[in-house]
Design a protein around this ligand. Structure first.
Ligand SMILES: Nc1ncnc2c1ncn2[C@@H]1O[C@H](COP(=O)(O)OP(=O)(O)O)[C@@H](O)[C@H]1O
Ligand SMILES: [Ca+2]
Ligand SMILES: [Ca+2]
Ligand SMILES: [Ca+2]
Ligand SMILES: [Mg+2]
Length: 625
């Protein structure tokens, strides 16, 4: 057990395989409760758990029960995890140690036995399934050295977490700016499975309000996560800067956080550590102008329908009553959103002790006097017993948002963009992955318009663009006189058909990164440097060409049927040497012909209106620009 001196108390108590909480576990909540109590009562004998507490004066003039705790109060973080440490040896066979071992013993024993058998201990990533990033469609584990690809600004630390630090870095090839999270393996020790879960989940998510993981490196001492950079700091810092946010800013922030939660829950992921400190701001512009990104998936996990969690994890101040009782579902994230809402509106947090949380009495002190009926009503819904608490999807439809969100901007959707989407769906996996990879390398100014378009059309916020959403937007533009002619539902549906081998023309919603990849401005963005970089990622052995072995190793695009790979190679190989060289690769990227579509009956004939639309938009190849 380790108590971090970080100002952020994350608790992870597992009951799996155990009947009772150990004394050490109990002492955590006691310590947290004590820290909260000290803060609420103004006690100054700060413990390690409340290292930041002294910076934050408790609001004066409120009764004990109504004191709003500064958020840093109870935040030293603790991770107690009894996930069974799996020792994986280079023969690839997992071996689970008996859970009765103490973890220290276990690790030492595994190392010893691995040595005895003369086998190399595998790196963290080598013991994980090789699956492509769902957003980027490629394997993002980089076996090379981080320093060969990125210049890391060691002097500038963006933040510090329980297991290491986060630094700013720039990609050598494209200059793209990133954040690198250094996770010290030495400090993770038997928590390696927690780290693996964090990586797996980050690899699986693709949403404009969730931090994106671009690449994973490993050195003997660290796992290095290359992530999307947020230069605007944490939402918590923003609140501290202003004391509290107005209702409009609160509505903007809460909508984005709940959209992320809705997306996660739809994908059966519970975050379990939502708090303003784990929500980052994309830039230092105002909340109205920047994007919020949910981050820190260190305590997240997948769940099955109706699954009940029993492990007590999260940050104490944001834990719901049912988490404390160790019988809860992903709805705990919605409760945490309630605590965040309270935090944004007042600058404090509502609950400091276990009793207060369990009693679900929300302290609405004088800070709340001038709050609107809607925000108070919404707060009460989020901070209610599980049976009354709305799921994220429903919370997003709350009158609070209707009343307090500014009118959304509506960038014009052009036919050219629809055409880009359809073209993308007619292309082979290699081209799609290359374009997606390239989209991930682009500078902010090149993706901004497409991103705004995606967000404005994804009206339910689930991170997917569906036929109905596009149709609705077209209809609206037609009503506003921006579109001169109707586009029928069938025509919209046509755009959504996916000619990927496994889908054979069936309809599929557009994901966020797919949308960016399909619509970025080819002319402005397909520079030699970027194309070469994308090529290098595929040319694993760096011999100047991509061949079948490289593609079929599973280390590039994941596992794709060999026939499909052969077909891809054949399509792109112009000189017949069964390899793709840089020139052929460039041509593939530039070629916007509907190569596959030409041979696909369903796309062969454009309707008259589509043909008209295409003609009308010639020259405006990219609608997002
Ligand atoms: N992508 C990012 N961009 C900018 N800063 C970041 C990023 N990710 C993390 N940070 C900073 O590092 C801190 C710790 O990162 P986090 O992922 O929350 O680690 P931990 O799981 O240890 O809390 C954050 O609070 C934030 O200040
Ligand atoms: Ca949607
Ligand atoms: Ca090669
Ligand atoms: Ca060739
Ligand atoms: Mg964190």
């Amino acid at each position: 057990m380790r108590v971090a001196s970080s100002p952020d108390v994350k608790i992870h108590e597992e009951t799996k395989g155990r009947s009772d909480a150990s004394p050490s576990q109990l002492s955590i909540s006691k310590a947290a409760v004590q820290a909260a109590h000290n803060l609420a009562t103004g006690a100054s004998d700060s413990t390690q758990l409340m290292s930041d507490a002294a910076d934050e004066p408790a609001p004066a003039g409120e009764s004990r029960a109504k004191v709003m705790l500064p958020i840093a109060a109870v935040t030293a973080r603790q991770v107690l995890d009894s996930d069974e440490e799996q020792e994986l040896l280079s023969d690839g066979q997992p071996r689970t140690e008996g859970s009765s071992d103490s973890s220290g013993d276990k690790t030492a024993k595994s190392n010893r036995s691995a040595k005895k058998r003369g086998r190399k201990r595998l790196s963290v990533c080598e013991t994980m399934p090789v699956s492509p990033s769902s957003a980027l469609q490629i394997i993002i584990n980089n076996p090379g050295k981080l320093e060969s690809f990125y210049d890391v600004d060691q002097a500038k630390r963006l933040g510090k977490g329980s297991f290491g630090t986060v630094h700013k870095a720039s990609a050598k090839s494209t200059g793209a700016i990133r954040a690198v999270k250094y996770i010290a393996l030495e400090r993770m020790k038997e928590k390696i499975n927690v780290l693996k879960k964090e990586i797996e989940i980050m690899k699986a998510v693709d949403h404009p309000n969730i931090i994106m993981l671009y690449e994973i490196f490993e050195d003997p001492k660290h796992v290095l996560l290359v992530m999307e950079l947020c230069t605007g700091g944490t939402l918590l810092n923003r609140v501290r800067m202003y004391g509290r946010l107005c209702e409009e800013q609160t509505a903007i922030a809460m909508q984005q956080i709940l959209r992320a939660v809705y997306y996660l829950h739809s994908n059966r992921i519970a975050h379990r550590d939502l708090k303003a400190e784990n929500v980052l701001l994309s830039s230092d512009e105002s909340i109205r102008q920047t994007l919020l990104k949910v981050s820190d998936f260190g305590l997240s996990c997948y769940f099955k329908p109706n699954q009940i969690f029993t492990d007590k994890v999260g940050t104490f101040t944001h834990m719901s009553p049912e988490v404390l009782r160790r019988k809860y579902t992903s709805s705990c994230d919605v409760w945490a959103c309630g605590v965040i809402l309270y935090n944004l509106m007042s600058g404090g947090i509502p609950f400091g002790t276990e009793e207060e949380i369990k009693a679900v009495r929300i302290p609405l002190g004088k800070q709340w006097c001038d709050a609107s009926q809607e925000v108070v009503g919404f707060l009460k819904k989020l901070l209610s017993r599980p049976a009354h608490r709305p799921p994220a999807k429903l919370a997003l439809q709350d009158p609070f948002f209707q009343k307090h969100l500014p009118k959304p901007e509506m960038p014009t959707l052009r036919f050219g963009l629809l055409d880009d989407l359809r073209t993308f769906r007619s292309q082979n996996k290699l081209k799609r992955s290359s374009l997606t990879t390239i989209a991930s390398m682009l500078a902010e100014e090149h993706v901004q318009a497409a991103r705004d378009m995606f967000i404005s059309m994804d009206t339910d916020g689930d991170g997917l663009l569906c036929v109905a959403e596009v149709e609705k937007r077209l209809r609206k533009q037609r009503e506003q006189g921006i579109l001169e002619k109707d586009v029928t539902r069938r025509e919209v549906e046509r755009i959504f058909r996916d000619f990927d081998s496994s889908l054979a023309g069936s309809s599929k919603d557009f994901t966020y990164t797919e949308f960016l990849a399909a619509t970025f401005n080819r002319k402005a963005c397909l520079t030699d440097a970027v194309v070469q970089e994308a090529f290098k990622i595929l040319d694993k052995n760096n011999d100047g060409s991509i061949d079948l072995d490289e593609l079929s190793s599973g280390r590039t695009l994941g596992h794709i049927p060999i026939e499909e790979l052969q077909q891809i190679l054949e399509d792109m190989d112009q000189n017949g040497d069964k390899q793709i060289d840089l020139q052929e690769f460039k041509e593939m990227l530039w070629n916007t012909d509907l190569t596959r579509a030409n041979t696909t009956a369903s796309l062969k004939t454009l309707t008259a209106s589509e043909a008209l639309a295409l003609c009308a938009n010639e020259g405006t190849n990219n609608a997002s620009t």
